[in-house]
Design a protein around this ligand. Structure first.
Ligand code: NIG
Ligand code: ZN
Length: 414
């Protein structure tokens, strides 16, 4: 039996982000005017001019507003309790961010009951959806012992689309770093394994050394997990090159890059020429604009990376320490106003780029999941409407609440 159909027509500007490559011509072709889409159940069944749209069971008049794919937030840390306002205030008074703050959230998270954590997580996911996010990754990493990492992974698996194991977030105070790394690679990994698809490591001074990071990534790969790395956030370091070496899907933060880092990322993309390419994908450089502002870090060099041929993603990094926001609209605005991206490049990074970083840019995947991050026939029916005639308003009217309507897998969620 076929699913019910919904026609959304009278879309003033539809930014499909269905790009074959990153040329200006392909970018221009991916934006349609006076457009319509048809959803059939949870999939996109038709995309084209409003004037030739087929009939459907239901119709929604977009009123000339701009539409774009739902945001794909490929980096967040939503399983936590507690608050770090005091640390933020100290930072605004000039103190530098240090990884040690993670321990404060670890203590509060361990104290919270399952129900408290579940409710906090649910509220954060709802907040993200209200801001246009339709596909969401989140990490463990505030449990940092076997029962609490397992609990974080299980709760996350019940609430978001993709779960990443981040037992290697911080060595808890009073623990031997090598013994803790062994735990992360052994018993803790086994406990979280049923709930996670990815593994991540914070490869940075004050967190995990290159050698420890390498051990964690190797053990997690052995267990069949995809890899991600937090790297080059607080200073120059090995994170980016390690991520490329192990074939990580993404390296995130990337604030402090030298020429060799940029070259390593660029060469990981080799001859990849878009979703239809037979070549494998490389390592996405995920930039986290809200985190850069909230930690007063140098902004990640998104423009330089794009110009070098690196695929980038924009994500929220929502967490209580360095980036307490899930607003991808804010991140996209910052990408345009402060990182030198044009509007379509920033939107692409926060939709298709996020999907690339999560291996969800093409579908149906081995697990039967539809592609996200671009509007095309067969992809998941994820769409947001802005209360504006064009997506340029995201940057032109910074901070305004432009999210007007959101569909996730064909369901209206706002
Ligand atoms: N850098 C590592 N982890 C988080 C911060 C976590 C925290 O300070 O609580 C980040 O991505 O910025
Ligand atoms: Zn992070």
């Amino acid at each position: 039996m076929s699913s019910a159909t919904l026609l959304i027509d009278n879309i003033g500007e539809l930014s499909t982000q269905h790009w074959q490559d990153r040329t200006p011509a392909a970018a221009a072709e991916s934006v349609l005017h006076d457009a319509a889409v048809v959803f059939e159940g949870e999939r996109v069944a038709w995309v084209g001019p409003s004037s030739s749209a087929p009939a459907a069971d239901e119709r929604y008049d977009a009123g000339g507003r701009a539409a774009l794919p739902g945001w794909v937030d490929s980096h967040s840390h939503l399983v936590f309790a507690g608050d770090r306002t005091a640390e933020f205030e100290a930072r605004m008074a000039g103190q530098a961010y240090a990884a040690g703050g993670i321990g404060v959230t670890m203590a509060a998270t361990r104290e919270a009951s399952d129900d408290e954590l579940r409710l906090l997580l649910k509220a954060r996911v709802a907040e993200a959806a209200a801001g246009g996010t339709t596909y969401l990754e989140t990490k463990t990493g505030y449990g940092l012992d076997v029962p609490n990492e397992r609990r974080s992974a299980e709760l996350a698996a019940g609430a978001v689309d993709e779960v990443t194991y981040l037992g290697a977030h911080l060595v808890p105070a009073g623990t031997d770093p090598d013994e803790y790394t062994e735990l992360v690679c052994g018993e803790m990994l086994e406990a979280v394994r049923p709930y996670v698809r990815w593994a991540d490591v914070f490869c940075e001074r004050g967190a995990f050394t290159e050698e420890q990071s390498r051990r964690v990534l190797a053990a997690c790969r052995e267990e069949g997990l995809g890899l991600r790395v937090h790297g080059n956030q607080l200073g120059p370091g090995a994170g980016v090159r390690l991520a490329v070496e192990v074939g990580a899907a993404s390296v995130d933060h990337v604030n402090f890059l030298d020429d060799a880092d940029v070259e390593a990322l660029a060469s990981s993309w080799g001859d990849w020429s878009g979703p239809g390419s037979s070549e494998g994908t490389g390592t996405v450089a995920t930039v986290l604009p809200a985190c850069d502002l909230s930690t007063r870090a140098p902004l990640a060099p998104a423009r330089r990376l794009l110009d070098a041929g690196v695929e980038i993603a924009i994500a929220s990094n929502c967490n209580p320490g360095t980036s307490y926001t899930s607003s991808i609209s804010f991140c996209v605005t910052t990408g345009v106003l402060q990182m030198g991206l044009n509007v379509q490049e920033a939107i692409r990074a926060a939709t298709f780029g996020g999907a690339l970083a999560l291996g969800r840019h093409v579908g149906l995947d081995e697990d039967g999941q539809r592609a996200v991050g671009s509007v095309a026939v067969g992809h998941r029916a994820d769409l947001q409407l802005l209360d504006a005639p064009s997506a340029t308003h995201l940057a032109y009217r910074p901070g305004m609440p432009l999210t007007y309507a959101v569909w996730r897998a064909g369901e209206r969620v706002r």
